[in-house]
Design a protein around this ligand. Sequence first.
Ligand SMILES: Cc1ncc(C[n+]2csc(CCOP(=O)(O)OP(=O)(O)O)c2C)c(N)n1
Length: 649
Amino acid sequence: MKTYCTRMVIERIDSPADVKKLARPDIDTLASEIRGMLVQTCAVNGGHLAPNLGVVELTLALHRVLELPHDKLVWDVSHQVYVHKILTGRRDRFHTIRKGGGISGFAMRSESEYDAFGAGHASTSVSSALGMALARDLAGGDETVVAVIGDGALTGGLAYEALNNAGNLKSNFIVILNDNEMSIAPNVGSIASYLSVLRTKPLAKLARKTGKAVLDRIPLGGTAKKAIESAEIGAMHFIAPSEKTAVIFEELGFRYMGPIDGHNFDAVVDVLNTAKEYPGPVLVHVRTVKGKGFEPAERDARTFHGVGANAFEPNDGSKKSNPGAPAKFQDVFADALIAIAERDPRVVGITAAMPDGTGLAKFGKRFPDRYFDVGIAEGHAVCFAAGMATNGLRPVCAIYSTFLQRAYDQIVHDVVVQNLPVVFCMDRSGFVGDDGPTHMGLYDISYLRALPNITLMAPRNEEEMLPMLEHAIALNAPVAIRYPRGSTNGRHRDELAPIVQGKAEVLRRGRGIAVLAYGNTVDFALDAYDALATPEAKASGALPTIVNARFAKPLDEALLLELANDHTHVITLEEHALAGGFGSAVAEFVSDRGLGLGVERIGVPNVLVHHDSQDKQRSLFGLTAEAVAARVAQYFAKGAAQASVRTTS
Ligand SMILES: Cc1ncc(C[n+]2csc(CCOP(=O)(O)OP(=O)(O)O)c2C)c(N)n1
């Protein structure tokens, strides 16, 4: 009897060399097996499903043509690197992606020699790949260097700085523009419109007219030529030489090749082989469909750009509901901003390509004329806001803590130095969970606290968002408000004291030790208090003071002076780096004033925080009710021991 090998093609792929060995029909089988693995894994672990489904053939073609890891392949943002991971010896660990201890959802140099450059933020690929190409030239090397950048990431200014430099340096390297017409939401701006012109008419028509002559001059393989000649396979057209000046990339000194159907494996292989041989910088424009091969993701690439763990059914893409889930900070922020904007026509909202993640899309629906998505352009967003503020508006920039890092000089030079009333709403401040170190919002207090004029605030829970935002807009000066990913545990909903500039709120009065909590850490402090408040503790008065700090700048110095009267210790809590954070501000004041207070700071020491659940990340650094309660209990136990030593001696 004949036996058949039922081993899947994907099981034979342990390195890019195995992709090179595959018979051509096996490539199609492999593509479909990879898509199956992507859907099944993202349904459980969450992740960037639609971007990865869109680059399956492109990645396979790159692995077929390049000699990895000798050649260098750089992925922009690198959220679309899953297929590359599956093909580079990480297939067996793919089920661990984004889980604590598992592989990262982004490219990481420390994870694999095939990850030439780490990323997580957009628009860095052309610069870093160009740097690699120049280093190769200086060393006399021969490796091919390729950057893959999406049309969304191409809205970021850094990419243009690199293109400008590359055209001048004339080093050999390849930029692949993966054009799927989407950022997370539909791509915006004139570059997006320009690409759509390039993608189709009138250049395509023109190319068809002159196509044969053009093709004869381009050293393409047979498959690509046939594909172009038949003009049946997607939009595969080359630009006629006479039209080259109309192509911005040619103007910048690149040889432009495209647009190519990025799902046509053979055509992409041919074009890559051509680009590899071409002297000087080449830009290959491929068109892909975000979510390709999984109908729900093709239909709604925006939702399937990034999905949470266990968020959809892998068989039909239907959403798994999470009844009773508390409103997220991003939604609470959007509602608060809308409420304020209803009363104040000066208020406008700005997002840098994150309309859904920041909640600002909802504001945009209510106030389409006062809503601005500027693309992945945080620096521009901030300077644009500064300009608006000079002309009487009250711009609110909704930008994640980590992405605001991109705009630091604009914050300093354009907003703070001119003391302009721009409000920064920094979602995803603190631990972000499964995205890992590139996305952690752990530095904003440090990088903002050094600046004059600016006020730094953090709501302890969702209910404080509206009054804080009102306060921020009324201040008529730069303000930054930080709040975490998701929501607080919702257990502590005491009545709110009015927000007063630079004033903290004392929530529980104790003695000896005070817990000064900033932002969402107030809940951990209150939980700790509840756990400590036994009848004995209440009777002996061995309970801490709990403070909702509200402001990291200006600090409530009067409260610290007052606490120094009947407290010997303070513990500070923050979901932030210890260096330069809220606790540092407290320690500086205590030291400068020579107050007799011991300061213990709980936060993140000088280490990278890797992907895991937010809860695990919190417990790793002692930001839990249990850890805080244990520290306070230790303090009182020590005090009691000292008291008993005193009384017995
Ligand atoms: C500086 C920065 N701002 C915002 C983001 C959030 N972000 C991640 S992917 C993405 C869209 C990228 O679009 P594109 O490059 O076209 O890739 P696609 O997902 O469409 O393949 C955005 C805005 C980021 N990673 N970096």
